[in-house]
Design a binder for this molecule. Sequence first.
Ligand SMILES: [Zn+2]
Length: 302
Amino acid sequence: MIIDAHTHLFPASVVKNRRSFFRRDEAFRLLYENEKARLASPEDLLETMDREGVHRSVICGFPWEDPALCREGNDFLWECQARHPGRFLPLTCFSLRSLREAEKERDRCLTQGFAGIGELASYRGGLSAERIRRLTAVLTPLRGKGVPVLLHTHEPVGHEYPGKSGGALLPVFRLLQALPDVTFVLAHWGGGFFFYELMPEVARAAAGVFYDTAASPFLYRPLIYSLALKIVGAGRILFGSDYPLLSPKRYFSEMAEARLPAPVRARIQGLNARGLFLGNQRMVFRGKIGYNDSDLRPKPAG
Ligand SMILES: [Zn+2]
C-alpha cells in the first residue's frame, strides 16, 4: 500500500477566494499570496493519487491563528475522509493562541478518530521558547500514546522561502527533550535534524522520531535518501509529497534515482505510515488525558 504521509487540502471557500483570508491570517498570506502557490481540493488530490498509484493520503489543513478557522478546517478534513472512505487520513490542527481551545480541539478531533495532529507550524518567527512551552502543555497528555504529531521544520541554512524564519534546529531538540515519548514526525527531513542523530544524546532524544520527505526535490539531492537511511534506518522515514506543492511521481523518480532496494522503498512509501497512522484509527479516546494505548506505539525498525 502506498501512503502519501503529507498533503494539504483546503475547503472550496479558501481555494476560490484565498485573498479574503489574507486579512485574517498573516502566515497564510505569507505562504499563499503568490498565486503560483497552489491550493488543492480533495477531488484534485484524488485524481493525482489515482493517476500516480497512491492508495491513501494523510491530509492536513493549515495552522490558522484563529481557533474558529482551525475548527472549520478540521471539520472539512473529516468530511473529506467520510465522503471518500479509505482514501484519506485526516490530521487535526489547532491554534496555540488559546491553550484551552487547543486542548478542546485536540480532544474533540482525536475522539472522533483523526489519525493524528499536524501539520503544526510556526511560519512567523519560528519555534520560540513561548511556543515550545505552549506546545508542551498541549502535547504532554499524548506522551507514550503513539499519536503521530506532524511538525513543520526547516533547514537552518540555504535559500530563503516564505515561512522559513527563526532558529531552526535547536528549538526542535528542546521540544523533543521536553516531550520525550511523543511520536513526532518532523516534516521536510526535519530540516536536516536527522544528521545530528550521529550524536548519541540527540539519537536518544529522537529515538521515536519519524522524518518525512516533503519538498525534498526542492531542497536536496536524491543522495539524501541513502544518507538518512544510514543514520536513522528504513523504519523511520515516510514518503510525503507536500501536495499540491509537488506530486508523488517526483519523489518516486528520485527514489529510483537513489537506487533504494525494493523492501526499503516499500517501507518508506507506505509500510511505515500504515503502522503509524492506521494504528491510531483503532484508538479509543477515554476522557481528557487517557487513550487506550494498547499496542499502538509504532515500533521503529532498523
Ligand atoms: Zn511544512
